[in-house]
Design a protein around this ligand. Structure first.
Ligand code: HEM
Length: 365
């Protein structure tokens, strides 16, 4: 894990700031190393998180302490392969929509046109092939959750009573007090069909679990709809792209450029919504069925927690703010014309980290 972090951190520097300082081959190799390092980090982070959703390979000792008994079972726990594939695909899609959105912005403003066509074109290849693949992965992921965390799925679906031939609620308002989903717009039997592959399959409702074993339903229900909604918009983008490509209008259709610009943050929204489904859906447990969130509260005084939270907020605001500022400046400057290096014919250099640090009042690095 540490190796992966160091690989990412060191070579990200070469990738971001080394374009004019290292050879093309070295730059490409650094990019591959960053991608590889990130995959390794994702592997371990998602393995740990998945274990908290579908724990196995441990024994409970005295005083509620958990001891590992089977490391392979712990690492490759039942939800891990689905979560790993779904999250990594989510990251690629998120990036694709950012690149596509910026490409569309350049085309809209008639800037850096040859680069912009490549950017939009590559993003649309991802939208055409990878967005539908994410739907399939998401479906398989949901089936695995249905097997291991059925209360989470009941919350995603807003289903309270155990029923056969359960309808799919497109929208509605889950009311935790009254134990029903109000104003539901439904498609009959579809939930059973998706979850059990049988029109009359049984889906367990939330009332199967005592009230203090149910997650906050409205959060899970709505986050799920936001994630899937964005997924559908991404698939739709791919469909539009194919149609426009065959009409030879992919790169000069104004409304489509606007659509792609509007979807620039779509991946981030879906990822945050997805994590809300996963983490809020596991409540009231921090390790599903084993440790309750309330039991895992540390015996640390409130003001100490508040102080470390404040330190996190300030650090992240600074790091995130500086990173966003740097990336926005890169976007504003745009790529170099093909075959030219920065500095040729008055092509603006992208900002260097040193510029950034001196502008923000820091020391040279
Ligand atoms: C298109 C239809 C989609 C379906 C059916 C779907 C399905 C699911 C399900 C069932 C979960 C929760 C699993 C669990 O907690 O056990 C989940 C989580 C998640 N989804 Fe989706 N998803 C879809 C689209 C997307 C898209 C487009 C993105 C992002 C670009 C995304 C990102 C995530 C993330 C980051 C999580 C949390 C991590 C995880 O548990 O995998 N999803 N998704």
């Amino acid at each position: 894990m540490l190796t992966a972090f160091f690989l990412e951190a060191s070579f990200l520097g070469v990738m971001l700031f080394g374009w004019n300082r290292v050879s093309r081959k070295m730059h490409f190799a650094s990019t591959l190393i960053v991608a590889g390092g990130t995959l390794v980090s994702a592997f371990w982070i998602l393995s740990v998180n998945s274990w908290m959703q579908t724990p196995q390979g441990f024994r409970m000792g005295e005083h509620g302490l958990l001891y590992p008994t089977q490391w392979l079972q712990i690492i490759f726990n039942p939800s891990f392969p689905y979560r790993f594939m779904h999250m990594v695909t989510a990251a690629y899609l998120t990036t694709a929509f950012v690149v596509g959105g910026i490409g569309a912005y350049y085309l809209w403003r008639k800037l850096h046109v040859s680069h912009a066509r490549v950017m939009l074109g590559m993003a649309m290849i991802m939208a055409v092939f990878v967005a539908p693949f994410q739907l399939v992965l998401g479906d398989l992921h949901g089936l695995n959750t249905f097997k291991h965390q059925p209360a989470k799925v009941a919350a995603m679906e807003g289903i309270w009573e155990t029923e056969r031939g359960a309808a799919l609620k497109l929208f509605g308002w889950p009311d935790q007090e009254q134990e029903k989903t109000k104003y539901a717009i439904e498609i009959p039997k579809l939930s059973s069909l998706i979850l059990t592959h049988d029109l009359d399959g049984e889906v367990k409702g939330l009332k199967e679990w005592p009230k203090d074993e149910r997650p906050p339903v409205a959060w899970v229900f709505w986050s799920f709809r936001i994630m899937v909604g964005v997924g559908i918009l991404m698939i739709l983008t791919g469909v539009f792209a194919v149609v426009l490509f065959f009409c030879k209008r992919l790169f000069d259709t104004r409304w489509f450029q606007f659509w792609c610009m509007a979807l620039t943050p779509a991946g981030f929204i879906a990822v945050i919504a997805g994590w809300c489904v996963t983490e809020i859906g596991r409540q009231p447990y921090v390790v599903q069925g084993v440790i309750r969130t309330a039991e895992s509260v540390s015996p640390v005084a409130g003001p100490h927690i508040a102080l470390s939270l404040l330190a996190f907020i300030v650090t992240y605001l600074f790091v995130f703010g500086a990173g966003s500022y740097y990336i926005l400046r890169l976007i504003a400057n745009g790529p170099t014309p093909e075959g030219e290096a920065y500095g040729d014919h008055g092509v603006d250099e992208p900002p260097l980290v040193t510029d950034l640090v001196s502008e923000t009042g820091g020391e040279d690095v």
